[in-house]
Design a protein around this ligand. Structure first.
Ligand SMILES: [Zn+2]
Ligand SMILES: [Zn+2]
Length: 140
């Protein structure tokens, strides 16, 4: 309990840093954001608190992108697009897994599906355009 009290100020700052961005940050990102205002913050504290929030269902993990685990304060099921080039993670609020998919898993494999998450991988618009510019430059 003492630990909880001791860390509560930083804990609040860590949670609001994640809630205040849509970039699906890594622990390192949160650490770099908060370090100037919390000079005694350690990366280990950020990791411990992210774990705490995840266990309580306040954040979810989006998965490991370019070697760093990424976190999301939006815990309702939604789809993501992950850029293979810059590592950006974007929400796709209008894209929902088809209910037919869950039914197929139930009927073909006998699993009771509780939820289903879709993640797409590829190039985000800005990387795509950079790539095109590069191709145009190198072909001329
Ligand atoms: Zn990109
Ligand atoms: Zn998200």
């Amino acid at each position: 309990m003492e630990r909880t009290v001791r860390y509560s100020k930083k804990r609040e700052a860590i949670l609001s840093a994640i809630q205040g961005t849509s970039c699906h940050p890594s622990a390192e990102w949160v650490y770099r954001q908060l370090k100037p205002r919390h000079p005694d913050l350690s990366l280990g504290t950020v990791y411990r608190n992210l774990d705490f929030f995840r266990q309580r269902g306040q954040v979810q993990s989006v998965g490991v992108v370019q070697g760093q685990e990424r976190f999301d304060a939006t815990v309702t099921p939604h789809s993501h697009f992950i850029c293979n080039c810059c590592g950006s993670v974007s929400d796709l609020p209008g894209i929902h897994p088809e209910t037919g998919l869950e039914q197929a898993v139930s009927s073909q494999y006998g699993f009771a599906v509780e939820r289903c998450k879709l993640t797409f991988y590829g190039l985000c618009p800005s990387c795509l355009h950079q790539d095109q510019n590069f191709k145009e430059e190198s072909s001329s």
